[in-house]
Design a protein around this ligand. Structure first.
Ligand code: ADP
Ligand code: MG
Length: 252
């Protein structure tokens, strides 16, 4: 297993006093794809959103435990949330381009982080769009509104927007659930290409997708970590009865 960049210790999250995640501890391998799987409502999104502190934005939420990323506990109140979110990008379920042009969507993050030089921005925009194979489709209309793109293109744009600030970690919350099969395949292919350079965590409730993509698997059930390990071990020889039942489709 690759070295771990992210280590989670005793993470618990309560919404309005109700437990959504209970005492989760795990290490996530660097430069691999980790899939978080489990039935709807088991806490997958909550776990993902705890890793870049987006969970903070929820009203009446209580988070305890530690999330260590590169030697920093990002849950520490002294952690710089802006730089945490730069280092750890998130792509959500529904593509959510900003209400601005294609160019400005990608340039948005770098501008916030102080890149002003036009040439430098042009290069970041082009590189990011090329990485997600969107450049040739949009290079002649960079200043058109992002909302004009198809949903599949919008999701690749959101991926490009995340990559533009040069994160180390990419969090993807069911990134293909709003996409048609061809666009889904496109995103899956990109994630596989990107894993050499990034630590990727993908939430999915599609077991086939987890089998296609994951090197490492985390199985959550009712807010608890049931089992985690290399994908082959989890899919071929799960140790826990609940994992077996979920993998075989007995519980969903
Ligand atoms: P998953 O992504 O696996 O479907 P979530 O992390 O979204 O699960 O949710 C875990 C649990 O927390 C669920 O019971 C859900 O209803 C609850 N929950 C999620 N977000 C909120 C919120 N903002 N306020 C209250 N409860 C929430
Ligand atoms: Mg979810």
């Amino acid at each position: 297993m690759n070295e771990s960049r992210i280590r989670i210790r005793n993470l618990s999250v309560l919404y309005e006093g109700q437990t959504a995640l209970k005492d989760v501890s795990l290490a996530i391998p660097d430069r691999q794809i980790t899939a978080i799987i489990g039935p709807s409502g088991c806490g997958k999104t909550t776990l993902l959103r705890s890793i870049n502190r987006l969970v903070d934005l929820t009203d009446d939420v209580k988070v305890s435990g530690e999330v260590w990323v590169d030697g920093q506990n990002i849950l520490d109140t002294r952690a710089d949330v802006i730089s945490v979110r730069k280092q750890i990008g998130l792509i959500s379920q529904k593509p959510s381009p900003l209400p601005m042009s294609i160019y400005d969507n990608v340039a948005y993050g770098p501008r916030i982080h102080g890149v002003r030089d036009r040439k430098a921005l042009n290069k970041i925009v082009q590189d990011s769009l090329q990485t997600v194979s969107l450049w040739s489709e949009v290079k002649d209309r960079l200043h058109a509104s992002a909302s004009k793109l198809s949903v599949g293109q919008q999701q690749r744009l959101c991926l490009a927007r995340s990559l533009a600030v040069k994160p180390d970690v990419l969090l993807c919350d069911e990134p293909t659930s709003a996409l048609d099969p061809a666009s889904s395949q496109n995103i899956e292919k990109k994630l596989i290409e990107l894993k050499d350079s990034y630590t990727i965590i993908i939430v999915t409730h599609i077991l086939r997708q987890a089998r296609r993509l994951a090197d490492y698997v985390v199985f959550l059930y009712l807010g608890q970590l049931v089992e985690h390990g290399p994908a082959k071990a989890i899919f071929e020889s799960p140790q826990e009865a609940r994992t077996k039942a979920y993998i075989s489709g007995e519980i969903s």
